[in-house]
Design a protein around this ligand. Structure first.
Ligand code: ZN
Length: 250
């Protein structure tokens, strides 16, 4: 089916579809370091490409909105080039997008994040969107977190989730220009990384700075990346997101 992608259509074209749209998909990511392995745009582009694949599956049931490129990345700031929003700024942007979509009759919004660091702010945003604008909003990830079973089955590194073989493989499949194939490196983990990663999971939002976890900014082992794994991850991500979407809109 032809995806309904806001960036690629006119207002006259959208008018023909607006009454059919059941939910708006808003991809969100980050512009943060991914070590030597992939570019700053990795999370945003992955999320956008996943959104477009869902758009091709569901046609004008979904409105695929332009991505919110910047995200919550204070834990990557010690690596040159990372840009972060403050939580209030990020939540405000998502709320303004939701408010705007509501003016055009969109009643449901699904934020797809390519960046785990956004998750706590996404929880805040969807709660505020519901309370203040009475719009049903949802969020989900688009990578490792959604397919833990598959990554375990493929014996991916235990400490993973950022610039690792899973994310780099998915990037190879979805947007190969993100990947620096000749420069791929295994994550250079620092002492106590295991403990710190556990702390991140336990404490939720209390991030350790990534430079305290990994010397080169990467986790896992991106040298093991391959396009087949990227396709396998993406297919399962689409399957699981489809299940969520169908539960929400049908
Ligand atoms: Zn990433």
């Amino acid at each position: 089916m032809k995806a309904l992608i806001l960036e690629e259509i006119t207002t006259s074209e959208l008018e023909k579809h607006i009454d059919n749209i059941k939910i708006a998909i808003v991809p969100t990511g980050s512009y943060e370091q991914h070590g030597p392995n992939t570019t700053f745009a990795t999370d945003t582009v992955r999320a956008y490409e996943i959104a477009k694949l869902l758009g091709s599956k569901y046609g004008d049931d979904l409105l695929i909105c332009p991505p919110v490129g910047y995200g919550i990345s204070p834990h990557h700031m010690k690596f040159v080039g990372t840009i972060t929003l403050r939580i209030d700024t990020y939540v405000s942007i998502l709320m303004d997008i939701a408010w705007s979509l509501k003016q055009h009759g969109i009643k449901k919004i699904f934020f797809l994040t390519g960046h785990g660091g956004n998750r706590f702010a996404l929880g805040t945003a969807i709660t505020k969107i519901k309370m203040e604008y009475n719009i049903d909003a949802f969020w989900a990830g688009t990578g490792s977190g959604l397919v833990k079973d598959l990554l375990d089955k493929n014996k991916c590194s235990a400490i993973r989730g950022h610039a690792c073989e899973a994310e780099t493989s998915q990037s190879m499949y979805l947007a190969p220009w993100l990947v620096k194939e000749d420069a791929l490196e295994k994550g250079k983990l620092r002492k106590n990384t295991k403990y710190r990663i556990k702390e991140i999971v336990r404490d939720g939002g209390a991030f350790w700075d990534f430079h305290e976890i990994t010397e080169n900014g990467a986790l896992g082992d991106a040298t093991k990346s391959n396009i087949e794994l990227g396709k396998e991850i993406t297919d399962l991500v689409i399957e699981r997101l489809s299940e969520m979407i169908e539960n929400i809109i049908l």
